[in-house]
Design a protein around this ligand. Sequence first.
Ligand code: NAP
Length: 494
Amino acid sequence: MTSLTYTPPDAGGRPGPFAIPTGLLIGHSWRDSTSGARIEIVNPSTGETLTAVADCGVAEGIAAVDAASAAAADWAATPPRKRADILFACFHAMMAEQEWLAQLISLENGKALSDARGEVAYAAEFFRWYAEEAVRITGEMGIAPGGANRILVQYQPIGVALLITPWNFPAAMATRKIAPALAAGCTCILKPAEETPLTALAVAEILRRAGVPAGVINVINASDPGPVCSAILHDTRVRKLSFTGSTEVGRILLREAADTVVSASMELGGNAPFLVLDDADLDAAIEGAMVAKMRNAGEACTAANRFYVQRGIHDRFVEKLVARMGAMAVGAGCDPATQCGAMINQASIDKIERLVADAIAKGADVRLGGATLERAGFFYPPSVIANVQPGSAILEDEVFGPVAAIIPFDDIEDAIRLANATDYGLAAYVYSADLKNALQIAERIECGMVAVNRGLVSDAAAPFGGMKQSGLGREGSHHGLTEYCEIKYIAVSW
Ligand code: NAP
């Protein structure tokens, strides 16, 4: 094991349950990069450096492929019940450390502790769900129409998987990939986001201690992920890429995956519309808006980005949303009083400022917030901008922050047209007391997921994913497992 570790404190400032190795997990051991280069990790709530992690080069990336490849046959041959038992152990091990992991997430990501606790529970749930799925991978058997032979269909592990994750849910985006990969019998290499590697390293150490065999999970961090991931994807032993992140990087990786025809699952950016109809229950719509907009301080791919509110309820909706968002406590993620934590970095603040300034220049009214907070760290306050005009950049691009952009509408057909007027199609929200109407609208919205009269869609048991340029494939549910399976057809005569 590398001698370099990091021990984040628990709530009382005491050392946490174990020291997090800050190296690369390759095979059975933690090691440093050969170059000795390290990546500094910053606490977004203060702007101060927390620690540094090993910076992987191409050689270590290929060493991770060696390790995953060496472990692949044994893991694929491990009985499903045994794989399930290990996944259950991972679920319990993660939940046993829920509070400490939540504090770690808040520390390196800046999100409020309440959001981080929810993330750990959501992240761990993928292990429980896929433990239950691991023993239910069945096949099919049929008779060829001509009657000459039998058609036997098997689901086999697709092989070594490269998993690339973003910083906004550093635990859940990793486990949403690791759990189905392991359940299917695949080994993997996880490349977490540069801003939030500590959570991934802590989770990997928890999984290792819970009994995941050497080489089944490998973790690498890289300050220059392009060449490392490209080399991994061009190694023909790698058969799967699962990526969560921006559409822009997703496109690059799809091109990389094309060279060796690697199966690719893509969870990309969103631009979620949130429709409130005149007949909606106003209080329920506000509750839903608070979750859809303010969970993770707006740093979620499913975050409501555009609020289309029908004229009859519009003014009351804006007034109540301003009151609720204005009452939120903004502060350091780890402060238990915080409801809206820090943004991840200065680039995020710059993007929010640019989108808000553009909306104002085009005629929007600032009803709340609207300017970066002058304090250490990266803080943007809960903000409401109403009367956002067509053509404003905030309607095209995810703001990824605590800014609610509101647009009034009169005609429902217009609202549906506006909701669909985007290249993205991840999540959408509809509030109406008329369920028939709401479901008809839900069917017509071009998104992979629609929440009707609720502000949350994420569930380990549900297929999560997008249409259009929001992605390819699904995570969660039994659909998430098949992303890691190859369908083998055997024609049999007897
Ligand atoms: P990002 O910039 O696309 O980065 C995502 C991951 O890709 C990071 O690990 C990043 O590493 C890595 N990466 C960047 N360039 C790469 C390259 N050329 N080759 C290989 N890997 C590369 O996204 P982000 O800013 O971390 O996350 C925010 C985005 O994720 C938003 O667009 C959000 O909507 C999306 N998201 C989607 C979902 C979903 O389920 N659909 C869920 C969460 C987030 P570095 O950190 O080193 O750059």
